[in-house]
Design a protein around this ligand. Structure first.
Ligand code: FAD
Length: 525
């Protein structure tokens, strides 16, 4: 017999992994080996618009995990399966082969994944295999934070007020109290031929259809090195060290080398300055942990615990006040939980439906040229182009920029938000259905607790606020690298022509009025 842990794309870690820890405890109790496996599913990646960067990141992390788990004598077997329709049958064959008494997995809340898991459960119904699904992605699982009459929230602020008390650990067993780790298998597992095979099977080099060119692979690997240790160091850097450089471009968040740790979070640490500086894009102000959180290389619970440590653990209460850097950051982690809760409670948002059905008929422009220019960073609006080129280069974009380019696509160019949502998944390394859909529906004013439809960001004033030095634009839009002063935010037409930089397609004020008119009267042009 064996106990099996099924690792997925959102829980790629050993530390503080609840399904893995529970599987390990079960294996210890039953005195049987613990095995781990991961199934690559190329058709799912196509269906879910997964970026090649993300798939490459998955493979790089699987290699790290295989090595770390082998130290615990736990084999991690990576395999691939097509078509995705028969993945449950394939998994149940594997389980039979391994004589699995128990299978543990962390829940993925998206609709296709839930259907897949239900099907696997149906297939093993008559066997002796028990399935255990565990909530792990969020700090607080979906369904726990409810109104007094037991319903889910759809507005962030009351949800946050209700979420916060759950962060106070109730017992020593509370997931927020301690980070569990799996126990090692006995060494004798290596002698068994079936397990030996699993230890020996290598992680595939690539997934067909999701390969990166050598240049791109090198660049993305520099920006986002794999592994739990890396994620931990990035967290430490954010919590305990000061910002030194602008960190523009293709550098890893860790590339600064040793930075003197600062113990007092209220002083000059990145998190200490986060409250005031987080919306700046020309300086390195945010944690850059999203690729690691999205793939579960670090847990959101661990991030919250680390902020508790910062307050010396005296208060035992997580600071979530808007007035401190720590509090602001906790609130951002909270947005991640919030959007995942929404996907779990209102699955229609992951099926391309607006949360607010009244906006289902807003009239969109079909303009391939505008869409292409937006994707390529050629709209003629410098801040939009800089951000879109940052996404192409690094597979990542700052939050303020995500909001700015999303609003620009949806409200200035009047292009359907779903096309932007899809493109983000295709290009970003941190693509996460819940956060991405939440961010797009917020910007498109169709979501839960969205920007009101008449709120239309002015990209030029956003640019001046987020990039006051203009260095972000100059870095990512080399045509404008030599433009000094505020003209970099909105170069006069003659200058733009001279520099070979495009002119904008629309005038912001006219576009704003068109957007408001169309949102007011869905169905009308
Ligand atoms: P920090 O500012 O250091 O925040 C810490 C963590 O909190 C982030 O890593 C992230 O996990 C979480 N977080 C922060 N802001 C948000 C938010 N608004 N919504 C949800 N979680 C948040 N985030 C993704 O992880 N994947 C996505 O696919 C994604 N798509 C987005 C699309 C749009 C249109 C918008 C507006 C936002 C999107 N976000 C997404 C949220 C946010 O932009 C990124 O999480 C953030 O920019 C990552 O940078 P960071 O790690 O330095 O963040």
């Amino acid at each position: 017999d064996s106990v099996v842990y099924w690792m997925r794309m959102q829980d790629m870690r050993i530390n503080d992994n609840r399904a893995l820890a529970q599987a390990s405890a079960q294996a210890q109790k039953d005195n049987v080996p613990l095995l781990a496996f991961f199934v690559l599913s190329p058709q799912d990646y196509v269906a879910h618009d997964r970026s090649a960067r993300r798939i490459d990141f998955v493979l790089r992390n699987l290699r790290e995990l295989k090595t770390s788990l082998a130290i615990l004598n736990i084999p991690l077997f990576t395999t691939s399966h097509t078509p995705r329709k028969t993945l449950p049958e394939y998994v149940s064959c594997l389980l039979k082969k391994w004589n699995a008494s128990h299978v543990y997995a962390n829940i993925e809340h998206e609709v296709d994944e839930l259907r897949r898991d239900i099907r696997v459960c149906q297939l093993v119904k008559d066997s002796n295999t028990a399935y255990v699904f565990v909530h792990d992605k969020c700090v607080i699982p979906p369904g726990v934070v409810t109104t007094k009459d037991g319903r889910g929230y759809t507005v962030y602020s009351p949800w946050l007020r209700s979420w916060l008390p759950h962060l106070v650990p109730k017992s020593d067993e509370d997931p927020l109290t301690a980070a569990p780790r799996p126990t090692a298998n006995t060494k004798s597992i290596h002698e068994h031929p079936v397990y030996r095979e699993l230890f020996d099977a290598p992680v595939p080099e690539a997934v067909e259809g999701f390969t990166l060119s050598a240049d791109e692979k090198a660049r993305i690997t520099t920006c986002w090195p794999a592994g739990e240790d890396t994620a931990e160091k990035i967290l430490e850097r954010f919590l305990q060290t000061s910002a030194r450089s602008s960190q523009l471009g293709t550098v890893s968040p860790l590339s600064e080398g040793a930075v003197v740790p600062i113990k007092n979070p209220d002083k000059n640490t990145r998190i200490g300055k986060y409250k005031d500086a987080r919306d700046r894009v020309d300086v390195d102000t945010t944690s850059r942990l999203s690729p690691y959180l999205a793939a579960g290389i670090i847990s959101a619970r661990h991030c919250i615990r680390a902020t508790l440590e910062l307050s010396g653990n005296k208060k035992k209460v997580v600071d979530a006040s808007k007035e401190s850097g720590v509090g602001r950051w906790v609130q951002e982690i909270a947005w991640r939980d919030f959007y995942t809760h929404i996907v779990a409670l209102y699955p229609r948002v992951s099926m391309g439906r607006p949360f607010q059905e009244k906006f289902a008929d807003v009239q969109w422009e079909t303009n391939e040229e505008h869409l292409r220019a937006w994707k390529n960073g050629q709209t003629g609006v410098p801040i939009v182009d800089a951000a879109m080129r940052q996404a192409r280069t690094m597979g990542w974009m700052h939050n303020r920029m995500r909001m700015t380019v999303a609003m620009y696509l949806v409200k200035d160019l009047m292009i359907d938000w779903r096309l932007g949502e899809k493109y983000f998944m295709e290009v970003l390394i941190d693509g996460d259905l819940a956060s991405n859909n939440g961010g797009w529906q917020w910007s498109a004013s169709t979501g839960v607790d969205p920007a009101p439809y008449f709120r239309v960001f002015n990209p030029y004033s956003q640019s001046q606020k987020a990039d006051p030095t203009g260095n972000y634009i100059r870095y990512f839009v080399p045509e404008l690298a030599k433009v000094r002063g505020p003209e970099v935010h909105n170069p006069p037409p003659a200058l733009a022509d001279k520099l070979g930089y495009p002119r904008p397609f629309v005038k912001h004020e006219e576009a704003r009025q068109r957007a408001i008119r169309r949102y007011k009267n869905p169905g009308q042009a």
